[in-house]
Design a protein around this ligand. Structure first.
Ligand code: NAG
Ligand code: NAG
Ligand code: NAG
Ligand code: NAG
Ligand code: NAG
Ligand code: NAG
Length: 599
């Protein structure tokens, strides 16, 4: 970059500053970037939008991301880059690129002057660590993770970014040959880039919040616990996923690495040779080497999520339960949707959504057993008894189906979130802690009448879709969306969801260990929405009674069994001579993929 060019661009930049609320070309560590300045409505304010700024170099397969070398001239940041290479929804093709480590920025502007020192919110998408992109699905010509509504309503900068997923993001041999967590390190690179560069966009590098949902919520939680992020951000929000979620950490990564290696023809008997071979294998073949089965499952769906974060002794130094001291100064909001488990329950037990189909005690017992293998039949029986106790009063099909959904909501999301909140609170020094339950019912017409908020239902409200695409929504949906954006962006500004740019419907009291205080988010939020002791009996059952049962296999504390848990394992013991453990791995069989956004 010549001095003349720099001077000229700097001049354009400052002229723009003086005459209108517009950033123009911005000088980042990699070089100049120029986005688009969009006027909002006829008399409205402006938003500067930057799409596709590189925050790291094109990553090498199965290696840590590296810094971007920079560029000459001005990079036009005007369109979303391709997602990171991953399988499509049918899992029989790939899309996206290896060159994918880009981020997007929305900067709200007033009419006269460009913004300064704005709080910054960085979004981490979900998708089971298997799929997803910085912009999300395009619905009604509007991208799910478009940051404009949050940015302009809450007067904050919003950043979204891509990270690697699936085998390319998380395959690990469980040793230094392929330590794994590449996707988590991409996330960290994006966060660190924002910390270093956001001031020139008008952001306050000391007021950064990371937020995410599902695998993104667990990622947020893991980033707060990793020593790599010390001082990089001040606050965090985990929606429907935490580091302690039973699907957040892979305890036996080598088993799944061997599965992929076998499929693509790499050596299995030596992890150094396996790693060397996998790194030079066509990355598309790696992405396609494993399919999550979606029908005819022998175990619960969640047990087939193979490529997820690992304890690598470095980025995640040890079991997350021991790392909460690292988040002692990070303000934290965590919560779940009241029927987060529904999406999974319907894959595990399709009769749930079918009024003309019944479920039996045996069906439920089989599911309980699959998800409680680490405690053997004793654990299954105790759990079955706890959950079916209400059936003595009401044995209707509706009651039974709701029980199945509650069971999966508890085991996959709610209990681990409550434990994470308690750990955060117990370890907090300066940090605040807030808990919520999102209960605004799903609007999917095919769902049963008793349906509450399904997994990922919160996304459309936090991203302001009832405002961006109003025809698809009712006024009560806008009420929910407005309240959530107000709480979330106030929290980003001050660490307190009640204090900031936006009016809120009721005071959200902090979480306490004594009362388990939480806000229930519905279409009518008032003082009665502050509640206490969310499903305490069940949380205590899982964290005390169930834990106290003898473990029949070694070393697993989480409610979900380890991947190689002997008897009820979804996969056979990691023995190379065995065939592919994944039940419907038959390529001719078209998986029944539920329409899912977020997970
Ligand atoms: C964040 O922004 C608020 C409001 O602008 C300010 O009071 C605060 O000092 C900033 N920094 C931190 C670390 O909260
Ligand atoms: C691994 O397998 C290769 C080829 O089958 C063989 O040559 C090599 O000796 C084996 N290495 C070990 C450590 O068993
Ligand atoms: C389902 O169970 C109900 C009783 O709860 C019974 O009346 C109904 O006939 C059953 N339907 C089927 C399809 O088995
Ligand atoms: C679990 O319950 C079944 C059915 O009631 C019973 O046959 C079995 O003995 C129980 N197992 C244990 C370990 O309690
Ligand atoms: C817990 O709730 C009780 C009853 O609402 C209240 O009196 C008490 O102050 C609360 N404790 C804390 C620590 O908030
Ligand atoms: C799990 O797998 C590891 C590595 O293959 C093995 O050492 C361990 O014994 C297995 N545990 C169980 C319970 O099968």
């Amino acid at each position: 970059m010549g001095h003349l060019e720099l001077a000229v661009l700097g001049f354009t930049c400052c002229l723009a500053v003086a005459s209108a609320a517009k950033l123009g070309a911005v000088y980042t560590e990699g070089g100049f970037v120029e986005g688009v300045n969009k006027k909002l409505g006829f008399f409205g304010d402006y938003v500067d939008i930057f799409k596709g700024i590189p925050f790291a170099a094109t990553p090498k397969a199965l290696e840590n991301p590296q810094k971007h070398p920079g560029w000459h001239g001005t990079l036009k940041a005007t369109s979303f880059k391709k997602r990171c290479l991953q399988v499509t929804i049918t899992q029989d093709q790939t899309y996206g690129e290896e060159d994918c480590l880009y981020l997007n920025i929305w900067v709200p502007q007033g009419k006269e002057e460009v913004s300064r020192d704005l709080p910054v919110m960085i979004w981490i998408y979900g998708g089971a660590f298997l799929m997803g992109s910085s912009q999300g699905a395009n619905v009604l010509s509007n991208y799910l993770y478009d940051g404009e509504e949050i940015a302009t309503r809450g007067n904050v900068i919003v950043v979204t970014f891509n990270y690697r997923v699936g085998p390319l993001g998380f395959l690990s041999t469980g040793d230094p040959n392929l330590p794994g967590n590449y996707g988590l390190r991409d996330q960290h690179m994006a966060i660190a880039w924002v910390k270093r560069n956001i001031a020139v966009f008008g952001g306050d590098p000391n007021n950064i919040t990371i937020f995410g949902e599902s695998a993104g919520g667990a990622s947020v939680s893991l980033q707060t616990l990793s020593p790599y992020n010390k001082g990089l951000f001040q606050r965090a929000i985990s929606q429907s996923g935490v580091a302690l979620s039973p699907w957040a950490i892979q305890k036996n990564p080598l088993f799944w690495a061997k599965l992929v290696a076998k499929k693509v023809g790499c050596p299995l008997n030596d992890t150094a040779r396996m790693a060397g071979c996998l790194k030079v294998t066509d990355p598309r073949a790696l992405a396609l080497a494993y399919k999550v089965p979606l029908a005819g499952l022998e175990y619960a769906l969640v047990q087939y999520l193979a490529f997820i974060p690992v304890i690598d002794g470095d980025f995640i130094p040890e079991d997350p339960i021991n790392l909460f001291a690292n988040a002692a100064d990070i303000d934290y909001i965590a919560g779940t949707n009241n029927m987060d488990g529904h999406l999974f329950a319907t894959v595990d037990m399709p009769a749930i959504d079918k009024g003309n189909k019944n479920i039996t005690e045996e069906d439920f017992y089989k599911l309980v057993r699959a998800l409680t293998t680490s405690k053997g039949p004793k654990g299954a029986n105790a759990t079955f008894d706890v959950y079916t106790e209400p059936w003595a009063q009401d044995s209707s099909q509706e009651a039974r189906k709701k029980t199945v959904v509650e069971f999966e909501t508890d085991i996959l999301f709610l209990v681990s979130t409550q434990i994470a909140l308690a750990q955060h609170k117990a370890n907090a020094k300066s940090a605040k802690t807030y808990s919520y339950l999102f209960s605004h019912p799903s609007r999917m017409p095919i769902y049963p009448s008793w349906m509450g908020a399904d997994h990922a239902d919160d996304l459309q409200y936090i991203f302001g879709k009832p405002f961006a695409t109003p025809l698809g929504y009712r006024s009560q949906d806008r009420t929910v969306s407005k309240a959530m954006i107000a709480y979330w962006t106030n929290f980003a500004r001050s660490g307190d969801p009640n204090t900031g740019h936006s009016a809120i419907p009721t005071h959200w009291e902090p979480y306490t260990l004594e009362n388990g205080t939480y806000l229930e988010i519905t279409k009518k939020i008032d003082s009665s929405s502050m509640k206490q002791h969310l499903r305490t009996n069940y949380v205590q059952y899982w964290s005390l009674s169930y834990q106290a049962l003898p473990t029949v296999t070694d070393g697993e504390d989480a409610p979900v069994p380890p991947a190689n848990d002997s008897e009820a394992n979804p996969v056979p013991p990691a023995d190379d001579s065995k065939a592919n453990p994944v039940p419907p791995a038959d390529d001719s069989e078209e998986p029944q993929m539920p329409i899912v956004i977020g997970f």
